[in-house]
Every structure is written in C-alpha cells, then in structure tokens.
Design a protein around this ligand. Sequence first.
Ligand SMILES: Nc1ncnc2c1ncn2[C@@H]1O[C@H](COP(=O)(O)OP(=O)(O)OP(=O)(O)O)[C@@H](O)[C@H]1O
Length: 237
Amino acid sequence: MNTLIETKDLTRILREAVPVALVRDVSLSIGEREFVAVTGPSGSGKSSLLYLLGLLDRPTDGTVTIRGRDTALMDEDERAAMRLVNIGFVFQFHFLLPEFTARENVEIPMRKLRHLGRNEMRQRASDLLAALGLADHLDKRPDQLSGGQRQRVAVARALANDPPLILADEPTGSLDSQSSEQVFMILEKLVREQGKTVIAVTHDLEMASRMDRRLHLIDGRLTMGAATGDFRSTHEP
Ligand SMILES: Nc1ncnc2c1ncn2[C@@H]1O[C@H](COP(=O)(O)OP(=O)(O)OP(=O)(O)O)[C@@H](O)[C@H]1O
C-alpha cells in the first residue's frame, strides 16, 4: 500500500503559563484507501491531531509528510496550496457559507484552485451534489436544508478538488441516527469505490469498529494504531 500521510514525533504544545501538550510524540503512517477512526476521551487531542494532519496548525516539534513531501519546510502559501489539492475537510458543524447556495458552496474550493472554467465548475458541483442525493437542492441555501443534507453538501465541498485525503472531525456528531448512518456510508463509499483515504474523529465506537483501523489517543499520545495492520478495531476490548 502506498503511504499517503505520515508523521514523525508529532508534538503540539501550547505555550501557556503552564504549557499544555495537545499532541505528544505521535508517529504514524496512513496509506491510500484506508478508512481510519480517531478515538479517545474528550480532550485527548483528537481534533488537535486532525488539525495538524490537515496543515491547519503547525507542530511544535516533529513532521507531517504528505505524499512524500515534508510540510515543515513549507511557508503558509505552500501549505495552503498543499491543502487545496490534497485534503478535503468535513467538520461536525458544516461551516457552509449561509448566503450561498449548495452549489456555490461546493464551487468555492474550485474557484480557489482556478483550474476549471465557470461552466465546468458549475457542472462538477452539480454532479457531486447529485451523487450525494442532492440533485433537487442545488439552489437552496444552507438554512433551507436539513442537518443531514447540509452535511452532505459539506462532503461534496470536501470533494470539490478531488483530494486523495478527507479529514472529518465528528462528521456525524450533530446528526440524528438515520442521517448519521447515511453520512457514514457516504464516507465508506469514498474509500471503497473512489479510493480516497478518510480519517474521521468519532466518539461512536460502533462506527469506529466498522472502519479499517483505529487510532486511539490518551492525553495526546497514540496508544494504538500507529501503523497499518498493527491494530484492528474489532480487537478493541
Ligand atoms: N487553544 C487552546 N487553549 C487551551 N487549551 C486548548 C486549546 N485547544 C485545545 N485545548 C485543550 O487541549 C486538549 C485537547 O483538545 P482537543 O480539542 O484536541 O481534544 P479532543 O479529543 O478533540 O476533544 P473532544 O472530544 O472534546 O472534542 C483539551 O484539553 C483542550 O481543552
């Protein structure tokens, strides 16, 4: 399996009066086509780790390497370009822009990349939304959609530039069980059918057990799951 993202001794310390270690010495390697859960108690550093993997935050120490490129040496513009091409984000709360329609929200990352013409962007956004069952909702604004529909728009937006990696922070955390299952199945299909890698923070252990692999954090440290195959979530006590 080809490695997509890896970290070495990744550490993030907040320099407060009393320093707070959000993430400590995390070394891991995640391949293409992996469906990975990040679990751990509240405050264990799950979101902090995801932000570091997504280049939304810089480590105090250690490295994040994406597709063989060490991101520590990059300036902010290079990191932003790396994100735009390689990573799609889905958060617990959708963060869609309220004044834009579903289709326009999905077009925004494409506009930033500037590799498609106007009509192509429209078409691609429509196709992505249609594939997620939202063909009848293209021109609706977020407040005209249900929570599950909004989260599916957020998934379409994450896929806008066809990145190999999707990072999701409790993507089903604010949804009812039916919408939650629907969004989970969408993420699973992205891995199985489109070859994406999905790394998702979840509190839901039943959901985590259905994923390929589980990274478990306690106090910012990885307690299992550092390498592919070294821990399968079904073996968790
Ligand atoms: N900017 C900050 N200032 C101070 N403390 C912070 C900051 N960001 C995070 N923390 C603390 O760092 C720890 C790790 O936070 P993080 O959000 O990564 O945990 P988490 O596992 O995702 O938690 P949850 O499951 O509750 O979302 C927590 O104790 C949190 O309170």
